[in-house]
Design a protein around this ligand. Structure first.
Ligand SMILES: CCCC/C=C\CC(=O)SCCNC(=O)CCNC(=O)[C@H](O)C(C)(C)COP(=O)(O)OP(=O)(O)OC[C@H]1O[C@@H](n2cnc3c(N)ncnc32)[C@H](O)[C@@H]1OP(=O)(O)O
Length: 287
């Protein structure tokens, strides 16, 4: 191989594997709206949501996340860290445009994909953590709390604010919240539609640690995964799945009813009106 060929091969490798100070990262898959980078040394995959500006969870982003989780599971990665390409928003939750004046077929597919994404993430056999590097309301909070561990940057907010929008979080959103928070704290926060500051979230246990940067958050997630170094991966995964099986089974059993309830609720004229007003208030903020 001559020098030019060697340079070209190295360049190709760097494009595919991208080098950082300590480790080599392999880009495993790149959906249009997500990227997945696997640390070759640790086997940990970083799944980055990249639908800027706010990672609103629309049908396409949810599909990409779902496919990435399946791929990470299939590749037997040692951990999955969910994070955002934005420096101020982890995810703004469900893209309200999917629910406002919706096309009914797409609305069905949207909700079914959200259900499947949650089943895949909450039930994942791979250890999961969220590096919450920005605001994380509603569906964003659902994704973060579906993971086993959360590290958040200061001065952002997280919570299930649905009641403030005049909508009701489904049972499986609530179950995910209750898996993290004491029941009374969860009930109060859900009914109030409370958004916690990062510091408050740490205090109540909604997040496990704070970090000063995204890199530090990812490092802390990796340290969490390292706590499993002396456990049997199969026994670990089975324990997690058994622990979460009631919540998972409930949605599996009630998927069709959950979809019907969502469609009925979202199509109510009063709900449509409320969503329209909320969207206008969000847009007015930017004017
Ligand atoms: C039965 C139904 C059950 C459903 C269960 C769950 C529901 C949800 O998940 S509903 C979504 C709830 N989400 C929110 O309430 C968050 C709303 N957004 C915000 O509070 C802020 O945008 C946020 C703090 C996340 C970020 O603030 P900024 O960085 O200042 O950004 P902007 O507010 O300027 O937003 C930029 C741009 O994005 C639009 N936007 C924001 N969030 C959403 C959203 N969830 N869906 C659709 N669009 C959203 C916002 O309107 C701006 O648009 P433009 O003005 O056109 O730029």
């Amino acid at each position: 191989m001559n020098r030019a060929m060697m340079m070209s091969a190295a360049k190709n490798l760097l494009t595919r594997y991208g080098s950082t100070k300590n480790n080599i990262y392999r880009c495993m898959s790149t959906g249009k709206l997500t990227t997945v980078d696997v640390n070759e040394k640790s086997g940990v995959a970083v799944l980055t949501m990249n639908r800027l500006p706010v990672n609103g969870l629309n049908l396409e982003l949810l599909r990409d996340i779902r496919n990435d989780i399946d791929e990470i599971e299939g590749n037997k990665c040692r951990g999955l860290i969910l994070t955002s390409a934005s420096s101020s928003v982890f995810s703004a939750g469900l893209d309200i445009m999917e629910m406002y004046k919706p096309n009914q077929d797409r609305l069905k597919e949207f909700w079914t994909t959200l259900q499947d994404t949650w089943l895949a993430l909450y039930g994942s056999s791979v250890p999961t953590a969220a590096a919450i590097n920005g605001h994380s309301p509603a569906g964003g909070c659902l994704l973060a709390t579906s993971c086993e561990y959360r590290v958040m940057l200061p001065k952002f907010t997280i919570g299930l604010n649905e009641t403030k929008l005049g909508i009701v979080a489904p049972k499986w959103f609530m179950a995910t919240f209750c898996n993290v928070l004491p029941r009374r704290v969860a009930e109060m926060a859900l009914t109030q539609g409370k958004m916690f500051s990062s510091e408050e979230a740490l205090k109540v246990g909604l997040v496990d640690e704070l970090a000063q940067s995204k890199e530090e958050a990812i490092e802390k997630c990796q340290q969490f995964f390292a706590t499993f170094a002396k456990t049997n991966p199969f026994a670990r995964a089975m324990t997690k799945q058994q622990f979460r099986s009631k919540d998972l089974q409930q949605l599996e059993d009630e998927k069709a009813q959950d979809l019907e309830a969502f469609l009925f609720f979202v199509n109510q004229p009063s709900v449509q009106k409320g969503l329209g007003i909320y969207l206008d208030s969000l847009k007015a903020k930017t004017k």
